[in-house]
Design a protein around this ligand. Structure first.
Ligand code: SAM
Ligand code: SF4
Length: 403
């Protein structure tokens, strides 16, 4: 069986909103590329990441990625791509040549904006100056480093492959290579005090990076931590850390523009913003998710998760690497939209709801009225935006838009 391009899928997969949506325009389009391997699996992590063997099957991965991209081209024909995000897993396990081939392959096949944001995720245990300079020469212009903490005992408790000294060295190399650098930090770590949490933040701030992502450590199902839970700071203590982080970040000149994301002016992550703004994204590589809009429907896709299964299926060229294709039901779209848009501190223009879901705003007027009455949604008629209270109790606000 050949891949059925999404553009011709209407009769093959008649979805529940078939024929009812009317998109007047298509939203911006981003590209996500998943690299599924890590040096070893961290005990808290539920990403689609797999411990790498002695050698990565780089050549097979590149060929499969090309087949995956080429199979998707009919669905995005003629559309401009505003950003690329190479995530994982640990993309910094790729050789400089492999990364260069990926970006050359993308440029040759897609209409990539000349100054597109091209982000690559990296683990500080896999950072080398020469390789990072080569990534930058190939076009990577933003690096996101999984630092997690600068405290060696905490890094060990998290099963990280790097220590604090490597984390600091990696930041210097990343800043020298691309300038735009994000650090991921986690807080409420096993045995962490508020003073230790603040010490991590101060080190991050003094490094000179322009973007920080601060994540509350969560115990995800099907991870080692879920099976053998570590002792974590209690709720009050974690809330104290969150408050301290927020006020210290504001003092340091960073805007908390999304629940976990903080940036200096002009340094927000455009790629992630596009997700939150209910933009489109093509996701290629094992386990990658995508969302694409057509004039009459929205389609979500997921690739096979197992790296070898995805490689085999993508190379076979029959479309078997796509594990799932579905059209969200009409009544799921308001919640999906709000799940993303209300994460942004300033929300989105109200017109984007109709433009990007194809659903008349009048259809959610009752929900908006309820959310405003409860003090969770801002009354500004030009924006869909949480109030400070709604942002604090975001789940309660988002749930109002559940069908
Ligand atoms: C794909 S990883 C980033 C790059 C690289 N894999 C690394 O870990 O260095 C994405 C980020 O999600 C965060 N993360 C992963 N699992 C988490 C969890 N259970 N709770 C909170 N944050 C988590 C970590 O900060 C991690 O850096
Ligand atoms: S290095 Fe990153 S993606 Fe890999 S297992 Fe650890 S947290 Fe997950």
């Amino acid at each position: 069986m050949r891949v059925i391009p999404l553009t011709r899928m209407a009769s093959a997969h008649a979805g529940s909103h078939q024929g009812r949506l009317q998109m007047r325009s298509l939203p911006p389009l981003s590209l996500y590329i998943h690299v599924p391997w890590c040096v070893r699996k961290c005990p808290y992590c539920d990403f689609n990441s797999h411990q790498a063997g002695a050698d990565l099957p780089e050549e097979a991965y590149l060929q499969a990625l090309q087949a995956d991209l080429e199979g998707a081209l009919p669905d995005i024909w003629g559309r401009q791509v505003i950003s690329v995000f190479i995530g994982g897993g640990t993309p910094s396990l790729l050789s400089a040549q492999a990364l260069d081939r990926i970006l050359a392959m993308v440029r040759a096949r897609l209409n990539l904006l000349p100054d597109a944001e091209i982000t690559m995720e990296a683990n500080p245990g896999t950072v080398e100056a020469a390789r990072f300079a080569a990534y930058a020469a190939s076009g990577v212009n933003r690096i996101s480093l999984g630092i997690q903490s600068f405290n060696d005992a905490h890094l060990q408790a998290l099963g990280r492959v790097h220590d604090s000294a490597q984390a600091r060295a990696a930041i210097e190399i990343a800043l020298r290579s691309v300038g735009r650098v994000n650090l991921d930090l986690m807080y409420a770590l096993p045995g962490q005090s508020e003073a230790q949490c603040q010490a991590d933040l101060e080190t991050a701030l003094s490094s000179g990076v322009s973007h920080l992502s601060l994540y509350h450590l969560t115990l995800e199902p099907n991870t080692v931590f879920a099976k053998y839970p570590p002792v974590l700071p209690d709720e009050d203590s974690a809330a104290g850390m969150q408050e301290m982080l927020e006020s210290r970040m504001a003092q340091a000149g960073f805007e908390r523009y999304e629940i976990s994301a903080y940036a200096r002016p002009g340094q927000q992550c455009l790629h992630n913003r596009n997700y939150w703004e209910f933009g489109d994204y093509l996701g290629i590589g094992p386990g990658a998710h995508g969302k694409l809009t057509f004039h009459d429907r929205i389609v979500r896709q997921a690739r096979l998760k197992q790296p070898q299964s995805w490689i085999d299926a993508a190379l076979a060229g029959q479309g078997g690497h796509i594990a799932e294709t579905r059209q969200p039901a009409l009544d799921e779209l308001p919640f999906e939209f709000m799940l993303n848009a209300l994460r942004l501190r300033r929300g989105v223009p109200v017109a984007w709801f109709e433009e990007r879901t194809g659903i008349p705003l009048a259809d959610i007027a009752r929900m908006m009225e309820e959310a405003t009455r409860k003090g969770l949604l801002d009354a500004d008629p030009t924006r869909l935006m949480a109030t400070p209270l709604g942002w604090r109790f975001l789940n309660d606000l988002q749930e109002i838009f559940l069908a």
